[in-house]
Write a protein that binds this ligand. Structure first.
Ligand SMILES: [Zn+2]
Length: 310
């Protein structure tokens, strides 16, 4: 068993100016990993390759792909008021989505393999038609659909513990009974979706589960709700692969969040996910970086997550 760390310095070339989602986030994560020698030497470094248009188009309208490409080519700097791009952003976004598909290739190769992708831009707000909320392409969704298309994986569970609700991921799989979307998040909060009543529709009814949490929810209550939900999910939807939309803006002190998790909670939550995956999914877990904006906090949280993946 090993954990692959997927990263490329090209991720630093998505320039956002003065913005919470900036390249220093990844530098802080890498520095924290390198500082922990025993952890660093157990990770297998893997360079990503860009996602193909057909991989992206399983989750997004082709118009979105061309729209983002032309914005970047024209040197535009805004997709919307929150979401910025620079000339390299389109290629960087393809490389972030590519990390998700590369991670699927790695974990499908051998039982018990796991991967963590240190990527940006994040993905879970990107809807079928729109980039938004710092996100260009929905990396987790692209990984899930790729696993199904390429490897015939039947059931994918996406676990999203970012402080924000992953409206994009929810939308993409709203009618889809083969991908379960589970989110804990601050509520009410950006982007406004994620009430407990949102449960999917049609054949996908019941394969969306939202646990909205009020600002300041105690970490132990938050973690209990997370664990209880995972137990319910595994009874009804034993997955073949688990993808974590690992946003660390749910940590106490994050400048964009109001939840109270500590590094130890990310470790425990990861262990719960690994336990479920060991039981049902041959141990296959992929972590994808989403949010997390405290430059002095992010490294420690990611280290806790990766250590628990090992
Ligand atoms: Zn977030």
């Amino acid at each position: 068993m090993s954990v692959s760390l997927i990263y490329d310095s090209a991720y630093l070339k998505h320039e956002t100016g003065v913005h919470p989602e900036n390249a220093r986030r990844l530098e802080a994560i890498l520095a924290a990993i390198e500082k922990d020698e025993s952890l660093a030497k157990r990770l297998v470094r893997v360079a990503p390759s860009p996602a193909h248009n057909e991989d992206i188009a399983r989750c997004h309208r082709e118009e979105l792909i061309y729209h983002l490409e032309s914005l970047c080519e024209r040197g535009e700097t805004y997709v919307d008021e929150d979401t910025r791009v620079s000339p390299y952003s389109f290629e960087v976004a393809r490389l972030a989505a590519g990390a998700a598909t590369n991670a699927v290739d790695l974990v499908m190769k051998e039982e018990g393999e796991r991967a963590f992708c240190v990527i940006r831009p994040p993905g879970h707000h990107a809807t079928i038609t729109n980039a938004m909320g710092f996100c260009l392409f929905n990396n987790a969704a692209i990984g899930a659909r790729y696993a199904q298309a390429k490897y015939g994986v039947e059931r994918v569970l996406i676990v999203d513990w970012d402080v924000h609700h992953g409206n994009g991921t929810q939308e993409i799989f709203w009618n889809d009974p083969t991908v379960f979307y589970f989110s804990t998040h601050q509520y009410p909060y950006y982007p406004g979706t994620g009430s407990a009543g949102e449960r999917g529709a049609g054949k996908g009814e019941g394969t969306t589960l939202n646990i909205p949490l009020s600002m300041g929810t105690l970490a132990r209550d938050h973690r209990q709700a997370f664990t209880d939900a995972l137990h319910v999910i595994e009874r009804h939807f034993p997955p073949d692969l688990v993808i974590v939309s690992a946003g660390f803006d749910s940590r106490r002190g994050d400048p964009l969040g109001g939840l109270m998790l500590e590094d130890a909670d990310f470790s425990e939550m990861t262990k719960e996910v690994v336990r479920l995956a060991e039981k049902h999914a041959s141990g296959r877990v992929i972590g994808l970086l989403e949010g997390g904006y405290g430059l002095d906090l992010l490294g420690g949280s990611v280290r806790s997550h990766i250590s628990a993946l090992l």
